[in-house]
Ligand binder design. Structure first.
Ligand code: ATP
Ligand code: MG
Length: 219
């Protein structure tokens, strides 16, 4: 039961772009992929078409309708804040055990299952847990983390810091995908080469703007 977990060094980097691309590629290979983005903040019916659940539904070939986001994104918040803060604005909090059980139940039902994380690796989900804790709870032999990073100036330190934390927590990514940032003064290829030099055995893949590298081969 392969679980692909898409995480990142930060928010707005390219997790959803990569998730949608990978979903389409797996479907093109005839694989019955299911995807969830259990926690989404900044979700509003008026702007639903531009949301992460909408992008994932479209990639899955399912109707892009607000109601269909309910199962795909069990925890939905209006405020575009970190999950703990967005939940607090609505007088609630994410039950971490329930989140883990929710994912495990879907892992047992779908092969492969793609999970898009939220924000960056160390974003808080509640008062005491981060995305890293969430990934650690789901980790196992068929758990395949993918690390999506940007190509902006400063990404190398953010990327290597995230990679180091993942490796030290037994969550070595199957690949680092460098999604080309808008208006970066640094050429994508040079950033990829530099990250690869320091990432040693970890595969590093360049994803140009609107690019379609073969990600399905990683699974
Ligand atoms: N390689 C790329 N080519 C074209 N557009 C991209 C690429 N990477 C990211 N984008 C665009 O940049 C924006 C931010 O990317 P995306 O939504 O995938 O980030 P994210 O990491 O999922 O953010 P969040 O933390 O909010 O979930 C989106 O409009 C997305 O389509
Ligand atoms: Mg996203």
């Amino acid at each position: 039961m392969t679980t692909i977990f898409i995480t990142s060094s930060g928010t707005d980097i390219g997790k959803t772009y990569v998730s949608a691309l990978l979903i389409r590629q797996l479907r093109a290979r005839g694989l019955p992929v299911r995807a969830i983005k259990p926690i989404v903040s900044g979700l509003d019916e008026a702007t639903f078409a531009a949301s992460d659940p909408a992008a994932l539904l479209a990639a899955l070939g399912e109707p892009v309708e607000f109601e269909n986001a309910e199962d795909l994104s069990r925890w939905r918040f209006t405020a575009a804040l970190s999950p703990d803060m967005a939940a607090a604005r609505e007088g609630t909090e994410i039950d971490f055990t329930e989140l883990v059980n929710h994912c495990k139940a879907r892992i047992s039902l779908h092969d492969p299952l793609l999970i898009e994380g939220v924000g960056g690796l160390m974003v808080p989900l509640d008062a005491t847990h981060t995305v890293l804790d969430w990934m650690s709870e789901l980790n196992g032999p068929d758990f395949a983390p993918l690390l999506v990073v940007g190509s902006y100036l400063g990404t190398i330190s953010h990327t290597l810091t995230t990679l180091d934390v993942m490796q030290k927590n037994d969550l070595a990514p199957r690949a680092i995908i460098v999604s080309e940032s808008l208006a970066s003064p640094v050429p994508l290829a040079e950033t990829v080469d530099t990250i690869a030099r320091f990432a040693h055995d970890t595969r590093v893949i360049a994803l140009p703007r609107n690019g379609t590298p073969d990600l399905a081969a990683l699974i």
